[in-house]
Design a protein around this ligand. Structure first.
Ligand SMILES: O=C(CO)[C@H](O)[C@H](O)COP(=O)(O)O
Length: 224
């Protein structure tokens, strides 16, 4: 079983004070930084790129940076993010012409590789590539915006992906992203997630440490 990870999505952070915001969530007990990259093409929103990732590293951020690419095409931006200090790079199969090749490209640049499944993407997309992955990221909202409600059918999908990961016998993380809150994280953990992205639930709170510790306690109640 993979250790629990709480990964605040900086999509909901105050971008005018990004370095300080990241320092504050890590001090509050968060484990990773979730870095949402949107291109106004694959998804209808536009966010941040490798320069901002590099700036966070220069600022002194040492926590793993979990880059979620919502861009199309994927491959040409991978080396830039690796150079900028990304630890993991995840992408959507719909945005890559050759999924297996993109996974190898990410790994060849020294990063861990994740594949992201949208709410409408069938789990069969993991066939023939799961053994190459370090992480599967299930979207529990449609990608593009923070602050959306968790789609309940994702719980069943989590259970199905958890079965596949366990059957593979490999240490593959199962990350969930979208609508994760302190009051639904326990049932999400019970369905099989070990890595939890939360944007608005953390950054919209007055006390980051309080939310992160309540999330960790709720997950520990399920996972031990
Ligand atoms: O990838 C994302 C949207 O595409 C965000 O990471 C996600 O929605 C997190 O935000 P929130 O916790 O507010 O739902």
């Amino acid at each position: 079983m993979q250790p629990t990870v709480i990964a605040p999505s900086i999509l909901s952070a105050d971008f005018a004070r990004l370095g300080e915001e990241v320092d504050n969530v890590i001090k509050a007990g968060a484990d990773w930084v979730h870095f949402d990259v949107m291109d106004n093409h694959y998804v209808p929103n536009l966010t941040i790129g490798p320069l901002v990732c590099e700036a966070l590293r220069k600022h002194g951020v040492t926590a793993p940076i979990d880059v979620h690419l919502m861009v199309e095409p994927v491959d040409r931006i991978v080396p830039d993010f690796a150079k900028a200090g990304a630890s993991l790079i995840s992408f959507h199969p719909e945005a890559s012409r050759h999924v297996h090749r993109t996974v190898q490209l990410i790994k060849s640049h020294g990063c861990q590789a994740g594949l992201v499944l949208n709410p409408g993407t069938p789990v069969e997309v993991l066939d023939y590539v799961l053994d190459e992955l370090d992480m599967v990221l299930l979207m529990s909202v449609n990608p593009g915006f923070g602050g959306q409600a968790f789609i309940p059918s994702t719980l069943d999908k989590l259970r199905r992906v958890r079965e596949r990961i366990d059957a593979s016998g490999r240490a593959i993380r199962l990350e969930i992203d979208g609508g994760v809150k302190a009051d639904n994280i326990a049932e999400i953990a019970a369905a099989g997630a070990d890595t939890f992205v939360a944007g608005s639930a953390i950054f919209n709170a007055d006390d980051y440490a309080d939310v992160v510790s309540r999330m960790k306690a709720a997950v520990a109640g399920v996972r031990g």
